[in-house]
Design a protein around this ligand. Structure first.
Ligand SMILES: Cc1ncc(COP(=O)(O)O)c(C=O)c1O
Length: 382
């Protein structure tokens, strides 16, 4: 029986509290757009891109219709296609590998590190041999800053440099995080992010962006997001997409970006509170020295085959949880025919059976976290 039914429900992600905080600012921003009626590539899109570039220090930001499109546009801009191998982790959201297949290239799955959940740079080296053995050209690596924690970008850059790989950072979950004092958005040749509502910087629909310091690459992205247009709008110079960030979403994001630093600090406080409360109880996530996470998810590990019982126990106590990700990509129907790099993906397999994400957002108060922590203690004691 749920002994907490008289307590308010706990949201997994609290978009409503943020909406209340933003109040009129968002309403006014939307109204400005509905007044000027420039719904596609209106002035707010450029203004938001400039703000984003300032925020993370990237030279160019090209917004688009989703995080998935951001990844796709970057691969297209690099000309990646059939016969090319693109290395990506198996323990991630499907879009990381989906875009590789969409452009006709071959995703080659690489394992992750158990303590960071991020791609193992040694695995990339091993997977190079796999790609060559299969007659594929090793072209790119797509590290993911999973759950908001930056991947090991220095080690990835070293492997990529020696193998001549293009690095596309999938920062869909990591926007706002830092690696050795530098904001994500400036690692690798390009970075993609997502403004899906549940993300650390989310809009009120779909949206995404590509960050790059490369002028020519940015120019190609601008063309690709509008059907591959050239200087003459009706003389298209390449095959592209219809992938713009709606002006209304840009207007909303301008307002939301203003509170992002404060929200990141609040998420970090919540993560530290969890870490103290759950110490010695579960395998809590850690942040390597010199890095910061934006805690897109707070993901603990429950080893020993007990995870699903803990999920059920927490559900009965009114605590929502989520499992990101229950099936690694190399085992999913759409992806299992793609190669796995030499060295295997044993950690990805293990994590899929152990991970459990707890409620995490910037509006989580300590009383709610105490309820969650106490419930975890009770469930684990059974
Ligand atoms: C790691 C990762 N990559 C890519 C994406 C795709 O972003 P979107 O949902 O905006 O297309 C997501 C979003 O869920 C993600 O988590």
């Amino acid at each position: 029986m749920n002994q907490h039914t008289n307590l308010p429900p706990i949201p997994f992600i609290d978009v409503a509290s943020q909406r209340r905080r933003l109040g009129r600012a968002v309403d006014d921003a939307v109204k400005r757009v509905t007044d000027h009626c420039q719904f596609i590539l209106g002035p707010e899109v450029k203004a938001f891109e400039a703000e984003l570039a300032k925020f993370c220090g990237a030279r160019h930001v090209v917004t688009c219709a989703s995080g998935t499109d951001a990844l796709t546009l970057a691969l297209m801009a690099k000309g990646i296609g059939p016969g090319d191998a693109v290395f990506c982790p198996s323990f991630t959201f499907c879009a990381t590998a989906e875009v590789v297949a969409l452009v006709g290239a071959t995703p080659v799955f690489v394992d992750v590190e158990a303590d960071t959940f991020n791609i193992d740079p040694k695995g990339i080296t091993a997977a190079l041999a796999t790609a060559k053995r299969l007659g594929l050209k090793p072209k790119a690596v797509v590290p993911v800053d999973l759950f908001g924690l930056p991947a090991d970008h220095d080690a990835i850059a070293a492997v990529a440099k020696s193998a001549g790989l293009f690095v596309l950072d999938d920062a869909a979950q990591g926007f706002g995080a830092t690696y050795k004092g530098r904001q994500l958005g400036t690692f690798g040749h390009a970075t993609a992010t997502s403004f899906f509502p549940a993300k650390p910087l989310g809009c009120y629909g779909d949206g995404g962006a590509v960050f790059t310091d490369d002028d020519k690459f940015a120019e190609t992205l601008l063309s690709l997001r509008v059907h591959g247009q050239g200087s003459d709008k009706y003389d298209n110079v390449r095959i592209g997409m219809a992938s713009r960030l709606d002006t209304i979403q840009a207007a909303i994001l301008i307002e939301k970006l203003k509170i992002v630093p404060d929200e990141i600090a609040a998420r970090d406080r919540a993560a530290r509170y969890y870490a103290e409360g759950l110490a010695n109880l579960v395998m809590a996530p850690t942040v390597p020295a010199g890095l910061s996470s934006v805690w897109a998810q707070y993901t603990i590990r429950i080893p020993g085959g007990r995870r699903d019982k803990v999920v059920a126990g927490l559900k009965a106590e009114g605590i929502p949880t989520a499992i990101y990700y229950p099936i690694p990509l190399h085992r999913q129907q759409a992806y299992k025919h793609y190669p796995v790099g030499e060295g295997g993906v044993a950690v990805s397999d293990r994590l899929a059976g152990e991970v459990l994400s707890l409620p995490m957002h910037a509006y989580l108060d300590s009383a709610t976290q105490d309820r969650i922590i106490d419930a975890v203690k009770r469930v684990l004691a059974r």
